[in-house]
Design a protein around this ligand. Structure first.
Ligand SMILES: [Zn+2]
Length: 396
């Protein structure tokens, strides 16, 4: 059915409203940038970000849900995944916008969500926009990529039948380099990493390191030993509230991969080439499938898109990972590595310079970077909301 829906849409020419809509967004963005300092939408820590998200959600009459977690913040504060719902109560199509699946990467997605609630875009009758604020609040509060059990939630959503074990050979080889059992300190990491890259090749090494591992519970990119509380509650919520939608488009915002302030959109899930082209044309963006271009990204085990493809087997599912680049890959890995050492072999408190460095690596303290990210983030959501409506197959 997905194939036929794809064909149906693909055969249509671009609706004329798309171009005028784009112009309006551009104008709107310009006015917005002149009157508001973009940085105002970026919060400096998790708790103010959460408070502002909830206040803005209430102010625009969004329906709000909280998924309470057992994990706690640095001062013992309670943590939750917060969800704001705008538009149709029983939508046929829904845009799910996710931030903070990787905790410390959540600042950009949170800012995009705050601006979408502060200046809410118009939503068609049968559509809903669901903003999911910080899927890993522990990670954002403690300035970690991972959750309270060191689990990378984007490696934690295994498909049925997959086992909670296995590690790429390249990762085993680099374990000592990636995860030294000592507090942070200078140890020629860059030099040693570059030498490994020269010996084994950058793409192969990147794939081995970040694909996900299930045997080093204190190591980077650990996928866990069971489905974690956050994804589990989120899965139940999605099933309860969105079980009947016909189309679900997920935008999952991340930072730290790609060139400075540059957006890369990774498309996941099975779909025909015609479907991909149709979507790319309507969104006005090129979409990357990692299998086709391993230089830009990498394949992972246990990604959150699995959760959606299992839940929404009968809907037209589109899962886009929106990555915003910050610094070169080696610098990002180095910052993650030092934070991990501080967490396990130092005192772990979030005020430490190592933590603050990881935060700035994932969300640079640059007005220009933040303005570019906010613009790209808002534009993608507004285009996604305007995808042509789903038609019943009986009326084709
Ligand atoms: Zn990420």
């Amino acid at each position: 059915m997905r194939r036929q829906l794809g064909k149906l849409f693909h055969s249509h020419s671009l609706p004329s409203s798309i171009s005028s809509h784009t112009a309006r967004i551009r104008f709107h963005g310009y006015r917005f940038l002149r009157t508001e300092k973009v940085s105002n939408f970026f919060s400096e820590a998790y708790f103010p970000a959460r408070e502002r998200f909830l206040e803005a959600a209430v102010a625009c009459n969004a329906r709000v849900d909280h998924l309470a977690l057992q994990a706690r913040g640095p001062e013992g504060q309670s943590l939750s995944i917060d969800i704001a719902w705008r538009g149709s109560i029983r939508p046929r199509q829904v845009i799910v916008h996710q931030s903070g699946l990787h905790g410390v990467e959540g600042f950009a997605g949170s800012a995009i969500q705050l601006s979408l609630l502060t200046e809410p875009p118009a939503i068609d009758q049968d559509t809903a926009l669901v903003l999911v604020h910080i899927i890993n609040p522990f990670g954002m509060a403690w300035l970690r990529r991972v959750n309270e059990r060191n689990v990378d939630l984007n490696r934690n959503c295994l498909n049925d039948g997959e086992t909670w074990q296995g590690t790429p050979q390249g990762y085993r080889m680099l374990d000592r380099l990636l995860n030294p059992p000592t507090p942070p300190g200078f140890d020629f990491f860059d030099l040693r990493a570059v030498s490994s890259i020269l010996r084994h090749g950058f793409s192969a090494l990147k794939q081995a390191v970040v694909a996900g591992q299930f045997d080093y519970p204190q190591g980077l990119f650990y996928g866990g030993a069971r489905l974690q509380q956050g994804p589990s509650l989120y899965q139940a919520w999605l099933s309860e509230h969105l079980g009947t939608v016909r189309r679900i488009l997920v935008i999952d915002v991340h930072t730290g991969l790609g060139r400075w302030a540059q957006e890369t959109l990774f498309l996941q899930g099975s779909s025909s080439a015609a479907d991909d082209q149709w979507l790319s044309q309507l969104l006005g963006r090129s979409l990357v499938r990692v299998q086709q271009d391993p230089t830009l990204g990498y394949e992972i085990r246990g990604g959150m898109s699995n959760l959606f493809s299992n839940l929404f087997k009968h809907a037209h599912g589109i899962y886009i990972t929106q990555e915003f680049g910050t610094y070169p890959a080696l610098k990002v890995i180095h910052a993650l590595r030092e934070e991990n050492r501080w967490h396990f072999f130092g005192q772990g408190h979030p005020q430490h310079p190592i933590k603050q460095k990881l935060k700035r690596t994932m969300c640079p303290d640059s007005e220009n970077w933040r303005r570019l990210i906010l613009n790209q983030g808002i534009t993608l959501v507004k285009k996604a909301i305007k995808l042509p409506p789903i038609k019943d197959r009986q009326t084709e």
